[in-house]
Design a protein around this ligand. Structure first.
Ligand code: GLC
Length: 536
């Protein structure tokens, strides 16, 4: 695509490094393991790999508690391993996106150790310290995302520090210019090594209300929901000042060749989400669009989400779509294995950059984790509410050999019970498998500019059927998705009533000529190439 950049027409593949491929037998994946699997990603047809954090970390939050922003944890390898991985990726034409975690560091980061050493330490203001409330206790009512108060008292200095997540993850003070400068240098450190962009962790959290006003109660909260939802996060996140910070991060990206990408992790309603593009598109290139993760899985709701998002996007803002990630339920768990095939077609035919989470392509489901094997601090802090993220982070099953080829040791989380059947090698050999479907979908997308970068044209929703068109110049691809359990009739547009079926999620009717309409079986999706000029 001459007139678009790779992060616009390409596909991002998200790797959780602990679980992709182990190369040294310790049961935890590593950078060398990822390097050894790059050819798989090339064959799959994706364009870029985003790797969750691999920096030195005490692993209180499995790497999202960073003790050195410019290094590699020995568990994952060395900086040399990283350089080798980057070079190997680039040799294969793959881009590499790192996870940048600017909102907080580990409490073991030397900056925080200095900051907590005394009230007059030069780094005191690098974190968020407040006196106790007048009557004692935390400075305000803000809650931590992983349970409990967001404030922890540091007894020796008599002040509380703020942490939006675990006490081991103190928030950096982004109102301090030295913090900003230091973190911009972190970006430069990795950009100088040659990385192609960043996914920025909880970017909407970076600025908080400078007056630290209490958050209001959430009238919708009830027991069974996470503790954090007791309050509406009005003052603790998404402060208007955050957009300056995002623009500053973008400014660093702009110091480098034009094709580096800035992706922001943002859980907000769509009208607030799109503000992260920046008024003049000086913000994130791709504020992650998580709406499909929370969508009620039916045709009307999904069509509504797509139409509203298309309408809310600022002029020139590039869309993107995500079905799942390392914090959420896997898509096959949410919508079933048949539904996951329709979801794949949706993700890969909507307008915008798709992000795939490792394992989706083999229909991997959440793996139940017995209590004694729970790793995730979120589950440990608030057990039994279904908040734990371990089930969606289990090792990638590669083949039928011991431990599914993931490790020669003991995997850090259990494999999917059906790994002997559900693994990459087995599904790659099956011409009707979900993996084959993903490969075919990706290949089709790569061949058709209309799918990669064409316009989205809404067609119709009828019961369980959602139909839309992707169009570029004379190229018109018509997508029909049956979200239901009954047959549906897909009607082609009046101005292009004939076409050829390029792909069905069932992988059994390619090439079929379509006149006016086609029957779609339950949970079947199809892509039909419409004949040009209405004739064929
Ligand atoms: C993001 C990450 C999540 C992590 C949290 C705190 O939401 O995706 O895994 O626990 O930030 O860094």
């Amino acid at each position: 695509m001459a007139d678009t950049l790779w992060w616009q027409h390409g596909i991002v593949y998200h790797v959780y490094p602990r679980s992709f491929q182990d190369s040294n037998g310790d049961g935890v994946g590593d950078l060398e393991g990822i390097r050894r699997r790059l050819d798989y990603l090339v064959e799959l047809g994706v364009d870029a790999v985003w790797i969750s954090p691999f920096y030195p970390s005490p692993m209180a939050d499995f790497g999202y508690d960073v003790a050195d922003f410019c290094g590699v944890d020995p568990l994952f390898g060395t900086l040399d391993d990283f350089d080798r991985l980057l070079a190997a990726a680039h040799r294969r034409g793959l881009k590499l996106i790192l996870d940048f975690v600017p909102n907080h560091s580990s409490d073991r980061h030397p900056w925080f150790e200095e900051s907590r050493a005394s009230r007059d330490n030069p780094r005191r203001d690098w974190y968020i310290w407040r006196d106790p409330a007048p009557g004692g206790g935390p400075p305000n009512n803000w809650l931590a995302n992983f349970g409990g108060s967001a404030w922890t008292l540091d007894e020796p200095t008599g002040q509380y520090y703020y942490h939006a997540f675990l006490p081991q993850q103190p928030d950096l003070n982004w109102r301090n210019p030295q913090v900003r400068a230091a973190m911009c240098d972190v970006l430069r450190f990795w950009l100088d090594r040659g990385v192609d962009g960043f996914r920025v962790d909880v970017i909407w959290h970076l600025m908080k209300d400078p007056q630290f006003r209490d958050n209001p109660p959430n009238p919708g909260w009830h027991p069974g929901l996470p503790g954090i939802d007791r309050l509406l996060q009005i003052h603790s996140a998404d402060h208007p000042d955050v957009h300056d910070v995002v623009a500053q991060l973008r400014g660093v990206i702009e110091e480098y060749p034009r094709d580096r990408v800035l992706i922001g992790e943002i859980y907000l309603p769509v009208e607030r989400l799109v503000a992260y593009y920046g008024e003049e598109l000086e913000g994130a290139h791709l504020p992650f669009n998580f709406q499909l993760i929370f969508a009620a899985w039916n045709a009307a709701e999904i069509a509504r989400i797509v139409i509203d998002y298309e309408a809310e996007l600022p002029a020139g803002g590039w869309p993107n779509w995500v079905l799942s990630n390392h914090d959420q339920k896997r898509i096959a768990t949410r919508v079933g294995v048949a539904g996951a095939r329709v979801a794949a077609m949706l993700l890969l035919t909507l307008r915008g950059t798709p992000t795939m989470y490792y394992g989706s392509e083999i229909g991997l489901k959440d793996v139940p984790i017995p209590p004694e094997l729970v790793q995730d601090p979120r589950e440990k802090n608030e057990p039994g509410l279904g908040l734990g993220r371990d089930p969606a982070r289990t090792p990638m099953p590669w083949d039928g050999s011991a431990n599914a080829g993931f490790t020669t040791g003991r995997p850090w989380l259990p494999l999917n019970r059906d790994w002997r059947r559900r693994n990459v090698a087995a599904l790659a050999a099956d011409p009707r498998s979900i993996l084959t479907l993903y490969r075919r979908l990706i290949a089709l997308r790569r061949r058709r500019a209309a799918l990669q970068v064409g316009d989205y044209v809404h067609a119709h929703v009828e019961g369980d059927l959602y139909a839309y068109e992707r169009r570029r110049g004379g190229e018109r691809l018509f997508v029909g998705l049956n979200f239901g359990h009954e047959e549906q009739t897909l009607t082609l547009p009046d101005d292009a009533p004939r076409g050829r079926l390029c792909l069905s999620t069932h992988l059994d009717r390619e090439g079929e000529a379509i006149e006016r309409s086609a029957r779609l079986r339950p949970a079947e999706g199809v892509v039909v190439e419409l004949a040009r000029g209405g004739a064929q």
